[in-house]
Design a protein around this ligand. Structure first.
Ligand code: GDP
Ligand code: MG
Length: 297
């Protein structure tokens, strides 16, 4: 690890309703990005907020569904959700200081398959010596937690230290999102980047550099448990169009298949991805279009 190392990764936040997950994310990001209510979603991984530091980018994920375990099926679903969330780099398990380790907390903690960070929130509601006794109690989950961090999300007490702790567990890597993006539908942006990456890997010469990808539709279809994405691949020469589409549509099909796998992994849900190829002559030489397609600053 060098002096100029950069760290980036996904942090899943789990915990019972009302323990302060949304508050914590808002405190991290320094802006209200997470609503205080939860609504069910087709996506299992929802990006809630992004924290940019000089040496790191932290992407916080919500994990709905973890709280509603009922019966065998419910438990199976939670296990699936746990599996997905543990695809992240770091897991934060948030509990409330004045009511830690309820039945559902235990269930989630016991389902962890790799060490997580235990976050004891709302310490403003209890005395200092009580904090110590909770930390003591957390020892019963031996091996489940690599760190225990008491905080008050609402007062930003201990949250800076928590960020430093999280960064210790992030892999070295590049930025996933531009600095100015803290929560503005980053899933869309990342989906378009996955598609662009495939184009980069599969085409040659100037083509990858002159292709823009924009997401035109991004709709959850709860009845079918999937997300339908319509993306436009924009080339800036007529003859590029045929190359992107390929013989009998083979190239476009391959781009779509590979990108879909990545997007499904990111969202934790099935995706129906539709790609359209459009020509906008010399868009890459026109500043307003570069901006419009999301690549300007
Ligand atoms: P979530 O359901 O886990 O996302 O929880 P929310 O972030 O929506 O918070 C639930 C409630 O707990 C809200 O009324 C918050 O104001 C409150 N809350 C969150 N963090 C703290 C904290 O550190 N101290 C206290 N006293 N209340 C908090
Ligand atoms: Mg919430």
């Amino acid at each position: 690890m060098g002096i100029d190392s950069f760290f980036s990764g996904f942090i899943s936040i789990v915990g019972r309703p009302n323990v302060g997950k949304s508050t914590l994310i808002n405190t991290f990001v320094g802006k209200k990005v997470a609503a205080v209510s939860e609504k069910p979603n087709t996506t299992r991984n929802r990006i809630l907020g992004i924290k940019n530091l000089n040496h790191a980018q932290l992407i916080f994920l919500d994990t709905p569904g973890i709280n509603r375990a009922k019966g065998k099926l419910g438990k199976a679903m939670v296990n699936t959700a746990m599996g997905v969330l543990e695809g992240g780099d770091v897991t934060l398990v948030v509990v409330e200081a004045d009511a830690p380790f309820g039945k559902r907390d235990r269930f989630v903690i016991q389902s962890l398959s790799k060490p997580a960070i235990l976050v004891i929130n709302k310490i403003d509601k209890i005395r200092k010596d009580e904090i110590l006794s909770i930390i003591e109690t957390s020892r019963q989950f031996e091996g489940r937690f690599s760190e225990v961090v008491p905080i008050s999300a609402i007062n930003a007490d201990g949250t800076q230290g928590l960020i430093d702790t999280i960064v210790k567990y992030l892999p070295e890597g590049h930025k996933f999102f531009p600095d100015n993006m803290i929560t503005d539908q980053p899933e869309r942006f990342l989906a378009s980047e996955f598609i662009r990456e495939k184009i980069f890997n599969l085409t040659y010469k100037e083509i990858p550099y002159k292709t823009a990808v924009t997401i035109e539709e991004f709709n959850e279809i709860p009845q079918r448990g999937l997300i339908r994405i319509l993306a436009v691949v924009r080339v800036d020469r007529k003859n590029h169009r045929g190359i992107i589409i390929g013989k009998g549509g083979e190239m476009l099909k391959e781009i779509g298949t590979l990108a879909r796998v990545d997007i499904e992994r990111m969202l934790g849900t099935k995706v129906f991805l539709e790609l359209w190829v459009k020509v906008t002559e010399r868009w890459s030489e026109r500043e307003n279009l570069i901006k419009e397609f999301g690549y300007g600053s």
